[in-house]
Design a protein around this ligand. Structure first.
Ligand SMILES: C[C@H](O)[C@H](O)[C@H]1CNC2=NC(N)=NC(=O)C2=N1
Length: 116
């Protein structure tokens, strides 16, 4: 499987089908630590990252936001004292696309860089 963290998002047309549950489960193996959840009938990729305080959580939120802007693919971010929950899905297809797995891997890379 290509290295997701070094891949870039591709344009996604609203006519494309969302990934099947089987395809999502297969891609999930490439991003350990992430879980598949369904909210409001939409499959999403979700991970909660722990931090030592609110400012560290806010800094990570902003780093992920910049990555999202660079790739024109945007997450839901819940920033709390000591934690950030990141959710990825593709709005225009109402489900998961390979782009979401690329962004999950890129989010992990941001978290690793933040620790270093
Ligand atoms: C016009 C622009 O490219 C689109 O609205 C992009 C922006 N960011 C996006 N982010 C996500 N997660 N899903 C989308 O469908 C999406 N669409």
């Amino acid at each position: 499987m290509a290295d997701l963290a070094h891949s870039h998002c591709v344009p996604c047309r609203s006519s494309e089908p969302a990934l099947s549950a089987a395809a999502s489960t297969e891609l999930l193996k490439a991003v350990p630590g992430w879980t598949l959840v369904e909210r409001e009938g939409i499959a999403r990729l979700e991970r909660r990252y722990a931090f030592g305080n609110f400012l560290e959580a806010l800094d990570f939120t902003n780093r992920v936001g910049r990555e999202a802007q660079d790739e024109d693919h945007h997450p839901a971010l819940l920033t709390e004292w000591g934690a950030v929950t990141v959710s990825w899905w593709t709005h225009n297809i109402g489900g998961l696309h390979r782009n979401d797995f690329i962004m999950a891997a890129r989010t992990d890379a941001v978290a690793l860089a933040a620790q270093g």
